[in-house]
Design a protein around this ligand. Structure first.
Ligand SMILES: [Zn+2]
Length: 401
Protein backbone atom coordinates (compact mmCIF):
# COMPACT_ATOMS: atom_id res chain seq x y z
CA UNK A 1 0.00 0.00 0.00
CA UNK A 2 1.19 3.45 -0.85
CA UNK A 3 1.38 5.82 2.05
CA UNK A 4 -0.14 8.91 0.53
CA UNK A 5 1.10 11.94 2.37
CA UNK A 6 -1.46 14.67 2.50
CA UNK A 7 0.35 17.75 1.38
CA UNK A 8 2.37 16.97 -1.74
CA UNK A 9 -0.19 18.57 -4.02
CA UNK A 10 -0.76 21.59 -1.89
CA UNK A 11 -4.03 20.82 -0.16
CA UNK A 12 -4.29 23.31 2.65
CA UNK A 13 -6.68 21.06 4.54
CA UNK A 14 -4.15 18.73 6.07
CA UNK A 15 -6.19 18.72 9.24
CA UNK A 16 -9.28 17.69 7.38
CA UNK A 17 -11.00 14.43 8.15
CA UNK A 18 -10.75 13.17 4.56
CA UNK A 19 -7.02 13.61 4.52
CA UNK A 20 -6.58 11.79 7.81
CA UNK A 21 -8.59 8.73 6.83
CA UNK A 22 -6.62 8.36 3.61
CA UNK A 23 -3.89 6.38 5.35
CA UNK A 24 -6.41 3.54 5.69
CA UNK A 25 -6.22 3.33 9.49
CA UNK A 26 -9.58 3.08 11.27
CA UNK A 27 -10.46 5.86 13.69
CA UNK A 28 -13.37 6.78 15.92
CA UNK A 29 -15.41 10.00 15.74
CA UNK A 30 -13.65 11.23 18.86
CA UNK A 31 -10.20 10.57 17.39
CA UNK A 32 -11.17 12.36 14.20
CA UNK A 33 -12.51 15.34 16.13
CA UNK A 34 -9.26 15.53 18.10
CA UNK A 35 -7.05 15.13 15.04
CA UNK A 36 -8.90 17.67 12.91
CA UNK A 37 -9.82 20.14 15.62
CA UNK A 38 -13.35 20.09 14.14
CA UNK A 39 -16.50 19.92 16.25
CA UNK A 40 -17.88 16.41 16.76
CA UNK A 41 -21.10 17.43 15.01
CA UNK A 42 -19.11 18.52 11.94
CA UNK A 43 -17.15 15.27 11.98
CA UNK A 44 -20.41 13.35 12.20
CA UNK A 45 -21.85 15.13 9.15
CA UNK A 46 -18.76 14.50 7.09
CA UNK A 47 -18.68 10.84 8.07
CA UNK A 48 -22.31 10.47 6.99
CA UNK A 49 -21.50 12.03 3.62
CA UNK A 50 -18.47 9.80 3.11
CA UNK A 51 -20.47 6.71 4.07
CA UNK A 52 -23.17 7.64 1.57
CA UNK A 53 -20.57 8.16 -1.12
CA UNK A 54 -19.08 4.76 -0.38
CA UNK A 55 -15.63 6.27 0.19
CA UNK A 56 -15.38 5.08 3.79
CA UNK A 57 -16.94 2.26 5.73
CA UNK A 58 -17.26 0.95 9.26
CA UNK A 59 -13.93 -0.65 10.13
CA UNK A 60 -14.03 -4.44 9.97
CA UNK A 61 -11.97 -4.84 13.12
CA UNK A 62 -14.38 -2.96 15.36
CA UNK A 63 -16.35 -5.13 17.81
CA UNK A 64 -19.87 -5.76 16.62
CA UNK A 65 -21.29 -7.71 19.54
CA UNK A 66 -24.55 -6.56 21.07
CA UNK A 67 -25.84 -5.31 17.73
CA UNK A 68 -24.21 -1.92 18.13
CA UNK A 69 -22.91 -0.50 14.89
CA UNK A 70 -19.17 -0.08 14.59
CA UNK A 71 -17.93 3.22 15.86
CA UNK A 72 -14.68 3.16 13.87
CA UNK A 73 -14.35 4.29 10.28
CA UNK A 74 -11.69 3.79 7.62
CA UNK A 75 -11.14 4.72 4.02
CA UNK A 76 -12.21 1.81 1.89
CA UNK A 77 -12.68 3.57 -1.41
CA UNK A 78 -15.26 0.88 -2.04
CA UNK A 79 -15.12 -0.02 -5.69
CA UNK A 80 -13.90 3.42 -6.64
CA UNK A 81 -10.83 3.66 -8.86
CA UNK A 82 -8.68 6.16 -10.74
CA UNK A 83 -6.94 5.81 -14.09
CA UNK A 84 -3.23 6.70 -14.23
CA UNK A 85 -1.59 7.48 -17.56
CA UNK A 86 2.13 8.02 -18.17
CA UNK A 87 2.77 9.26 -21.71
CA UNK A 88 6.47 9.28 -22.56
CA UNK A 89 8.35 10.16 -25.75
CA UNK A 90 8.06 6.60 -27.06
CA UNK A 91 5.81 4.73 -24.61
CA UNK A 92 2.49 4.87 -22.79
CA UNK A 93 1.98 3.18 -19.42
CA UNK A 94 -1.48 3.00 -17.90
CA UNK A 95 -2.95 1.59 -14.71
CA UNK A 96 -6.21 1.40 -12.81
CA UNK A 97 -5.63 1.96 -9.08
CA UNK A 98 -7.83 1.94 -6.03
CA UNK A 99 -8.00 5.00 -3.80
CA UNK A 100 -5.07 3.96 -1.66
CA UNK A 101 -2.82 3.80 -4.73
CA UNK A 102 -2.74 0.03 -5.27
CA UNK A 103 -2.61 -0.82 -8.98
CA UNK A 104 -5.38 -3.29 -9.88
CA UNK A 105 -4.62 -3.68 -13.58
CA UNK A 106 -1.86 -2.34 -15.81
CA UNK A 107 -0.88 -2.13 -19.44
CA UNK A 108 1.86 -0.57 -21.55
CA UNK A 109 2.50 0.03 -25.22
CA UNK A 110 5.19 1.40 -27.48
CA UNK A 111 3.61 4.50 -29.01
CA UNK A 112 5.51 7.57 -30.16
CA UNK A 113 4.12 10.81 -28.76
CA UNK A 114 4.82 12.26 -32.23
CA UNK A 115 1.84 10.27 -33.54
CA UNK A 116 -0.21 13.16 -32.15
CA UNK A 117 -2.78 13.61 -29.39
CA UNK A 118 -5.76 11.94 -31.08
CA UNK A 119 -3.92 8.69 -31.84
CA UNK A 120 -2.21 8.47 -28.43
CA UNK A 121 -5.29 9.46 -26.39
CA UNK A 122 -7.55 7.13 -28.37
CA UNK A 123 -5.24 4.26 -27.40
CA UNK A 124 -5.56 5.46 -23.79
CA UNK A 125 -9.37 5.37 -24.09
CA UNK A 126 -9.42 1.84 -25.51
CA UNK A 127 -6.86 0.54 -23.02
CA UNK A 128 -8.55 2.40 -20.15
CA UNK A 129 -11.94 0.81 -20.87
CA UNK A 130 -10.27 -2.59 -21.00
CA UNK A 131 -8.30 -2.07 -17.76
CA UNK A 132 -11.34 -0.89 -15.81
CA UNK A 133 -13.11 -4.06 -16.87
CA UNK A 134 -10.09 -6.24 -16.05
CA UNK A 135 -10.05 -4.68 -12.57
CA UNK A 136 -13.62 -5.90 -12.13
CA UNK A 137 -15.03 -2.36 -12.18
CA UNK A 138 -17.25 -0.28 -14.45
CA UNK A 139 -16.87 3.29 -15.67
CA UNK A 140 -19.33 4.26 -12.92
CA UNK A 141 -16.57 3.43 -10.43
CA UNK A 142 -13.98 5.65 -12.14
CA UNK A 143 -13.56 8.96 -10.30
CA UNK A 144 -10.65 10.75 -11.99
CA UNK A 145 -7.78 10.41 -14.42
CA UNK A 146 -4.18 11.52 -13.86
CA UNK A 147 -1.99 12.08 -16.91
CA UNK A 148 1.72 12.79 -17.25
CA UNK A 149 3.05 14.29 -20.49
CA UNK A 150 6.68 14.67 -21.66
CA UNK A 151 6.57 18.45 -21.98
CA UNK A 152 5.48 21.68 -20.29
CA UNK A 153 1.84 21.65 -19.18
CA UNK A 154 -0.40 24.44 -17.96
CA UNK A 155 -1.72 22.47 -15.00
CA UNK A 156 -4.86 24.58 -14.50
CA UNK A 157 -6.14 23.85 -18.02
CA UNK A 158 -4.37 20.54 -18.63
CA UNK A 159 -3.00 21.80 -21.95
CA UNK A 160 0.58 21.23 -23.15
CA UNK A 161 2.30 24.56 -23.89
CA UNK A 162 4.87 24.66 -26.72
CA UNK A 163 6.08 21.12 -25.98
CA UNK A 164 9.30 20.67 -27.99
CA UNK A 165 9.08 16.93 -28.70
CA UNK A 166 5.29 16.72 -29.10
CA UNK A 167 4.24 18.00 -32.53
CA UNK A 168 0.48 18.54 -32.76
CA UNK A 169 0.00 18.68 -28.99
CA UNK A 170 0.49 22.42 -28.45
CA UNK A 171 -2.52 23.75 -26.54
CA UNK A 172 -4.42 20.50 -27.13
CA UNK A 173 -7.29 20.10 -24.67
CA UNK A 174 -6.31 16.77 -23.13
CA UNK A 175 -8.95 16.90 -20.34
CA UNK A 176 -11.75 17.55 -22.86
CA UNK A 177 -10.69 14.68 -25.14
CA UNK A 178 -10.50 12.11 -22.34
CA UNK A 179 -13.39 13.69 -20.41
CA UNK A 180 -15.72 13.32 -23.42
CA UNK A 181 -15.37 9.56 -23.11
CA UNK A 182 -14.87 8.98 -19.39
CA UNK A 183 -16.93 11.90 -17.97
CA UNK A 184 -14.59 12.41 -14.99
CA UNK A 185 -12.08 15.12 -14.03
CA UNK A 186 -8.73 14.80 -15.84
CA UNK A 187 -5.59 16.14 -14.15
CA UNK A 188 -2.57 16.71 -16.36
CA UNK A 189 1.00 17.53 -15.40
CA UNK A 190 4.43 17.11 -16.90
CA UNK A 191 6.08 13.74 -16.48
CA UNK A 192 8.89 14.98 -14.24
CA UNK A 193 6.43 16.45 -11.72
CA UNK A 194 4.45 13.23 -11.50
CA UNK A 195 7.68 11.20 -11.18
CA UNK A 196 8.66 13.46 -8.27
CA UNK A 197 5.28 12.73 -6.66
CA UNK A 198 5.59 8.97 -7.22
CA UNK A 199 9.16 8.81 -5.94
CA UNK A 200 8.36 10.86 -2.87
CA UNK A 201 5.25 8.88 -1.96
CA UNK A 202 7.02 5.54 -2.18
CA UNK A 203 10.58 6.21 -1.09
CA UNK A 204 10.61 9.50 0.84
CA UNK A 205 7.20 10.03 2.47
CA UNK A 206 8.74 11.90 5.41
CA UNK A 207 10.87 14.21 3.27
CA UNK A 208 9.45 17.69 2.61
CA UNK A 209 12.27 19.14 0.50
CA UNK A 210 13.12 17.01 -2.49
CA UNK A 211 14.31 17.53 -6.06
CA UNK A 212 13.68 14.76 -8.57
CA UNK A 213 15.83 15.03 -11.69
CA UNK A 214 14.96 13.10 -14.82
CA UNK A 215 17.85 12.49 -17.20
CA UNK A 216 16.66 10.83 -20.38
CA UNK A 217 15.94 12.18 -23.87
CA UNK A 218 15.49 15.50 -22.08
CA UNK A 219 16.49 16.78 -18.66
CA UNK A 220 14.09 18.29 -16.15
CA UNK A 221 13.38 18.46 -12.45
CA UNK A 222 10.34 18.17 -10.20
CA UNK A 223 10.62 20.31 -7.09
CA UNK A 224 8.88 19.52 -3.81
CA UNK A 225 9.33 22.21 -1.21
CA UNK A 226 7.67 22.30 2.22
CA UNK A 227 5.92 19.11 1.16
CA UNK A 228 4.31 20.75 -1.85
CA UNK A 229 4.96 20.26 -5.53
CA UNK A 230 6.15 23.59 -6.95
CA UNK A 231 4.85 24.31 -10.43
CA UNK A 232 5.71 28.01 -10.52
CA UNK A 233 3.75 30.74 -12.27
CA UNK A 234 3.48 29.04 -15.68
CA UNK A 235 4.06 25.40 -14.78
CA UNK A 236 7.70 25.31 -15.84
CA UNK A 237 9.36 25.36 -12.43
CA UNK A 238 12.19 22.83 -12.46
CA UNK A 239 12.81 23.10 -16.20
CA UNK A 240 16.60 23.04 -15.78
CA UNK A 241 17.40 21.43 -19.14
CA UNK A 242 17.98 24.74 -20.86
CA UNK A 243 20.23 26.38 -18.33
CA UNK A 244 23.65 26.99 -19.83
CA UNK A 245 26.53 24.86 -18.61
CA UNK A 246 29.72 26.88 -18.20
CA UNK A 247 32.13 24.50 -19.97
CA UNK A 248 30.09 24.04 -23.12
CA UNK A 249 30.07 26.93 -25.48
CA UNK A 250 28.93 26.08 -28.98
CA UNK A 251 26.84 22.93 -28.73
CA UNK A 252 23.51 23.81 -30.33
CA UNK A 253 20.40 22.80 -28.40
CA UNK A 254 17.07 21.95 -30.06
CA UNK A 255 15.62 24.97 -28.22
CA UNK A 256 17.82 27.22 -30.36
CA UNK A 257 20.25 28.27 -27.64
CA UNK A 258 23.85 27.22 -27.22
CA UNK A 259 25.36 25.10 -24.48
CA UNK A 260 22.20 24.03 -22.66
CA UNK A 261 22.50 21.25 -20.06
CA UNK A 262 20.23 19.09 -22.21
CA UNK A 263 22.47 19.62 -25.26
CA UNK A 264 25.52 18.20 -23.47
CA UNK A 265 24.26 15.77 -20.82
CA UNK A 266 21.05 14.09 -22.06
CA UNK A 267 21.02 10.54 -23.41
CA UNK A 268 21.02 11.60 -27.09
CA UNK A 269 23.76 14.18 -26.38
CA UNK A 270 25.98 11.49 -24.86
CA UNK A 271 25.25 9.13 -27.75
CA UNK A 272 26.32 11.87 -30.19
CA UNK A 273 29.53 12.57 -28.24
CA UNK A 274 30.44 8.87 -28.18
CA UNK A 275 29.62 8.24 -31.82
CA UNK A 276 31.93 11.15 -32.73
CA UNK A 277 34.62 9.19 -30.90
CA UNK A 278 33.93 6.21 -33.14
CA UNK A 279 31.75 4.18 -30.79
CA UNK A 280 28.50 2.53 -31.87
CA UNK A 281 26.11 4.73 -29.89
CA UNK A 282 22.85 5.95 -31.38
CA UNK A 283 20.57 6.09 -28.35
CA UNK A 284 20.47 6.46 -24.57
CA UNK A 285 20.22 2.68 -24.32
CA UNK A 286 23.43 2.26 -26.36
CA UNK A 287 25.22 4.60 -23.94
CA UNK A 288 23.96 2.61 -20.95
CA UNK A 289 25.10 -0.68 -22.55
CA UNK A 290 28.57 0.77 -23.20
CA UNK A 291 28.82 1.92 -19.57
CA UNK A 292 27.71 -1.47 -18.32
CA UNK A 293 30.28 -3.20 -20.51
CA UNK A 294 32.95 -1.08 -18.83
CA UNK A 295 33.81 1.13 -21.82
CA UNK A 296 36.06 3.87 -20.42
CA UNK A 297 35.05 6.57 -22.91
CA UNK A 298 31.38 5.98 -22.12
CA UNK A 299 32.02 6.02 -18.37
CA UNK A 300 33.98 9.29 -18.65
CA UNK A 301 31.22 10.88 -20.75
CA UNK A 302 28.51 9.86 -18.28
CA UNK A 303 30.57 11.10 -15.35
CA UNK A 304 31.08 14.46 -17.10
CA UNK A 305 27.31 14.63 -17.69
CA UNK A 306 26.91 14.12 -13.93
CA UNK A 307 29.31 17.01 -13.26
CA UNK A 308 27.39 19.25 -15.66
CA UNK A 309 24.15 18.33 -13.94
CA UNK A 310 25.80 18.95 -10.56
CA UNK A 311 26.81 22.44 -11.65
CA UNK A 312 23.20 23.37 -12.40
CA UNK A 313 21.94 21.63 -9.27
CA UNK A 314 24.32 23.74 -7.17
CA UNK A 315 22.20 26.77 -7.98
CA UNK A 316 19.01 24.85 -7.20
CA UNK A 317 20.46 23.70 -3.88
CA UNK A 318 21.28 27.29 -2.95
CA UNK A 319 17.75 28.37 -3.85
CA UNK A 320 15.62 25.74 -2.15
CA UNK A 321 17.91 23.78 0.19
CA UNK A 322 16.62 20.25 -0.50
CA UNK A 323 17.45 17.35 1.80
CA UNK A 324 17.19 14.74 -0.97
CA UNK A 325 18.06 14.85 -4.67
CA UNK A 326 16.86 11.81 -6.61
CA UNK A 327 18.21 11.12 -10.09
CA UNK A 328 15.89 9.10 -12.29
CA UNK A 329 14.99 8.66 -15.95
CA UNK A 330 16.58 6.26 -18.45
CA UNK A 331 20.13 7.55 -17.97
CA UNK A 332 20.01 6.80 -14.25
CA UNK A 333 20.43 3.18 -15.34
CA UNK A 334 24.03 4.09 -16.11
CA UNK A 335 24.38 3.55 -12.39
CA UNK A 336 26.71 5.22 -9.97
CA UNK A 337 28.84 6.95 -12.61
CA UNK A 338 26.23 9.64 -13.25
CA UNK A 339 25.50 10.13 -9.55
CA UNK A 340 29.24 10.19 -8.77
CA UNK A 341 29.69 13.10 -11.18
CA UNK A 342 26.83 14.99 -9.54
CA UNK A 343 28.21 14.40 -6.05
CA UNK A 344 31.73 15.37 -7.10
CA UNK A 345 30.63 18.87 -8.06
CA UNK A 346 27.85 19.41 -5.52
CA UNK A 347 29.89 18.48 -2.45
CA UNK A 348 32.89 20.46 -3.71
CA UNK A 349 30.97 23.61 -4.55
CA UNK A 350 27.86 23.95 -2.40
CA UNK A 351 27.92 25.64 0.98
CA UNK A 352 28.68 23.14 3.76
CA UNK A 353 25.44 23.73 5.65
CA UNK A 354 23.40 22.98 2.52
CA UNK A 355 25.15 19.65 1.91
CA UNK A 356 25.63 18.55 5.52
CA UNK A 357 22.63 16.21 5.42
CA UNK A 358 21.97 16.25 1.68
CA UNK A 359 21.45 12.84 0.10
CA UNK A 360 22.00 12.41 -3.64
CA UNK A 361 20.66 9.10 -4.81
CA UNK A 362 19.32 7.04 -7.67
CA UNK A 363 15.57 6.61 -8.16
CA UNK A 364 14.33 3.55 -6.31
CA UNK A 365 10.92 3.48 -7.95
CA UNK A 366 12.30 3.42 -11.49
CA UNK A 367 10.05 3.14 -14.51
CA UNK A 368 6.88 2.96 -12.43
CA UNK A 369 7.40 6.33 -10.72
CA UNK A 370 5.46 8.22 -13.38
CA UNK A 371 2.38 6.00 -13.54
CA UNK A 372 2.31 5.84 -9.75
CA UNK A 373 2.61 9.63 -9.55
CA UNK A 374 -0.23 9.99 -12.07
CA UNK A 375 -2.46 7.85 -9.85
CA UNK A 376 -1.53 10.00 -6.85
CA UNK A 377 -2.34 13.16 -8.82
CA UNK A 378 -5.82 11.74 -9.48
CA UNK A 379 -6.31 10.41 -5.94
CA UNK A 380 -5.33 13.72 -4.36
CA UNK A 381 -7.93 15.41 -6.53
CA UNK A 382 -10.65 12.87 -5.77
CA UNK A 383 -10.03 13.00 -2.04
CA UNK A 384 -9.56 16.76 -1.77
CA UNK A 385 -12.18 18.40 0.45
CA UNK A 386 -13.48 20.38 -2.56
CA UNK A 387 -14.06 17.22 -4.62
CA UNK A 388 -15.68 15.38 -1.75
CA UNK A 389 -17.94 18.38 -1.09
CA UNK A 390 -18.88 18.43 -4.79
CA UNK A 391 -19.75 14.73 -4.64
CA UNK A 392 -21.88 15.40 -1.56
CA UNK A 393 -23.76 18.13 -3.42
CA UNK A 394 -24.32 15.79 -6.39
CA UNK A 395 -25.60 13.16 -4.00
CA UNK A 396 -28.08 15.61 -2.45
CA UNK A 397 -29.20 16.77 -5.92
CA UNK A 398 -29.78 13.17 -6.99
CA UNK A 399 -31.80 12.49 -3.84
CA UNK A 400 -33.92 15.59 -4.43
CA UNK A 401 -34.84 14.55 -7.97
ZN1 LIG B 1 18.15 24.34 -24.83
Amino acid sequence: MVDISPTALGSSATSDIFQILRDGRPRTRTELATLTGLARSTVGLRIDSLLQLGLIGPAETAPSTGGRPSSQFALTGGNKVVLAVDIGATHVRIAVSDLVGRPLSEDAATIAVTEGPEAVLDWVITAGDDLVQRAGRTLEDLLAIGVGLPGPVEHSSGRPINPPIMPGWDNFDVPAWLGAHFSVPVLVDNDVNIMALGEREVAWPEIDHLIFVKVATGIGAGVISRGMLQRGAQGVAGDIGHVRVSRSSETVCHCGNLGCLEAVASGPALAAILSEQGLAAESSQDVIELVRSGNQKAIQAVRQAGRDLGEILNAAISLINPSVIVVGGAMAQAGEHLIAGVREVVYARSMPLATQHLQITQSSVGANAAVLGASILAIHHVLSPESVEAMVVDLADAAAR
